[in-house]
Ligand binder design. Structure first.
Ligand code: ADP
Ligand code: MN
Ligand code: MN
Ligand code: MN
Length: 357
């Protein structure tokens, strides 16, 4: 009987930013990846005396690294009583997605990242700095672009895995790049983003290059790395007012979102380098200096989606998509309920009036 190899991937308990872990399992052909386990005492997820954690497969795709009929298996971490582990942020994301399923929310996440060779960003000289930013974004040529072979190999791997990648581009700082996942509904979009991150690190091994999601890899006059989160509900895809209402809903819970958009966000959201200050919320059409941008095409079409520019590159997409769904869909539902209640009001008032008369 034949076998295939399944690489089980999960998110650990490292603080302040969780890391990806993975290990391989040999499974008989024809059998689905079963529930598995790992030593949580080595991943900041359990004490040594009670170390077992459970891996539950949530998203399975072809393994583009091993090829053949081998698989990548994205897992969520459970306690041995099969309830979500405290480090499991997916469960709450899946629950919110279910609660607000009628809103049919889609996310397109722009994942920025920085390649490192040793302790320096790829393309940085051993001493000092490269020429200032300006020519690197979407650049071409060996003097401006560093790591393209890795980027192409990563894109190839993501597509072979069946992930919905929207595009790639070189970023503003040398050695900095971006890929986009989506539009896809949560929690799948986040499952796919975590797999794409794992593939980025894994493909980098083959080139001796590491990738990091640090939000501000080089201090000073160099762009940070973000994860702009574009999203739309069905209502937003039909109405511009709903797009503006979504931005207004985000404004009301700015602090909560900022606290959950990735460690070190104050370092990146300075108000410079195409960011808005983390201290205050703003939105505007075409405005890359705002917290939330309404793309010009959306303003022109009077419908579409908006871009939350605040999330850091190192954000957890389960948490970010959950918060946006809860804030935006929650507010839209409340508005509808309010409108319905207001529409119903005249009836009792008329009844009262009649009785009085
Ligand atoms: P930017 O101009 O900010 O660099 P990108 O092209 O990098 O934008 O990313 C835009 C993202 O928005 C893509 O991932 C795309 O799939 C996503 N997107 C497009 N339309 C929608 C929509 N209606 N809802 C959610 N996401 C969308
Ligand atoms: Mn982009
Ligand atoms: Mn970008
Ligand atoms: Mn963007």
């Amino acid at each position: 009987m034949g076998v295939y190899r399944a690489e089980y991937i999960w998110i650990d308990g490292t603080k302040p930013t969780a890391k990806l872990r993975s290990k391989g399992k040999v499974i008989n052909d024809g059998e689905a990846p079963p529930i598995w386990g790992f030593d949580g005492s080595s991943t900041q997820q359990a004490p040594g005396a009670n170390s077992d954690c459970v891996l539950k497969p949530v998203f399975v795709c072809p393994d583009p690294i091993r090829g053949g009929n081998n698989k990548l298996v994205m897992c969520e971490v459970l306690l041995t009583d099969m309830t979500p582990h405290p480090t499991n942020t997916r469960a709450a994301c899946a629950a919110a997605a279910k609660t607000y399923a009628a809103h049919d929310t889609w996310f397109g996440i722009e994942q920025e990242y920085t390649f490192f060779k040793g302790s320096r960003p790829l393309g940085f000289p051993d001493n000092g700095f490269p020429p200032a930013q300006g020519g690197y974004y979407c650049g071409v040529g060996a003097d401006e672009v560093f790591g393209r072979d890795v980027v192409e190999a990563h894109l190839d791997a993501c597509l072979k895995a069946g992930l919905k990648i929207a595009g790639i581009n070189a970023e503003v700082m040398p050695g900095q790049w971006e890929f986009q996942v989506g539009p896809v509904a949560p929690p799948d979009v986040a499952d796919q983003l975590w797999i794409a991150r794992w593939l980025l690190y894994r493909v980098g091994e083959n080139f001796g290059v590491s990738a990091t999601l640090y939000p501000k890899p080089v201090k000073g006059d160099w762009n940070g790395a973000g994860a702009h989160t574009n999203f739309s509900t069905r209502e937003m895809r039909q109405s511009y007012d709903a797009c503006v209402a979504a931005a207004e809903a985000l404004k009301k819970r700015h602090d909560l979102h900022i606290q959950n958009y990735g460690f070190g966000i104050e370092e990146r959201l300075t108000g410079l380098h195409e960011t808005a200050s983390w201290r205050e919320f703003s939105y505007g059409v075409s405005d890359r200096g705002a917290s939330v941008r309404i793309p010009w095409q959306v303003a022109k079409d009077r419908k579409g989606y908006i871009e939350d520019r605040r999330p850091n590159a190192n954000m957890d997409p389960y948490t970010v998509t959950r918060l946006i769904v809860e804030t935006v869909c929650g507010s839209a539902s409340a508005r509808k309920a309010g409108t319905k209640a207001a529409a119903k009001k005249p009836t009792p008032i008329r009844k009262k009036a009649k009785r009085a008369a």
